[in-house]
Design a protein around this ligand. Structure first.
Ligand SMILES: [Zn+2]
Length: 81
């Protein structure tokens, strides 16, 4: 039984490492990674509920669509001022 718990813990640890790595690979800016234009937010109620740390955005200029990190409140305040 101990072997199963240890193996399950290593699987969970690997999943956490991969999730963290993928999260930090996502673009954090509100600018398109292809052309640099502003991105429009696409609301997904299920995505917001399941993964509140990411949001789906779409570029109106070049058509790029993808998932980006949600900016923290501190960064948003600094960008406004
Ligand atoms: Zn673009």
């Amino acid at each position: 039984m101990l072997v199963v718990v240890v193996l399950f813990a290593t699987v969970l640890l690997r999943a956490a490492i991969v999730t963290t790595f993928v999260y930090f690979m996502l673009p954090a800016k509100r600018a398109c990674p292809r052309c640099g234009a502003q991105l429009a937010l696409i609301h997904h109620s299920l995505l917001r509920w399941l993964l509140p740390a990411v949001e789906h955005r779409w570029c109106l200029d070049c058509g790029w669509s993808g998932v980006v990190r949600v900016q923290s409140r501190v960064i948003r305040r600094a960008a406004r001022s």
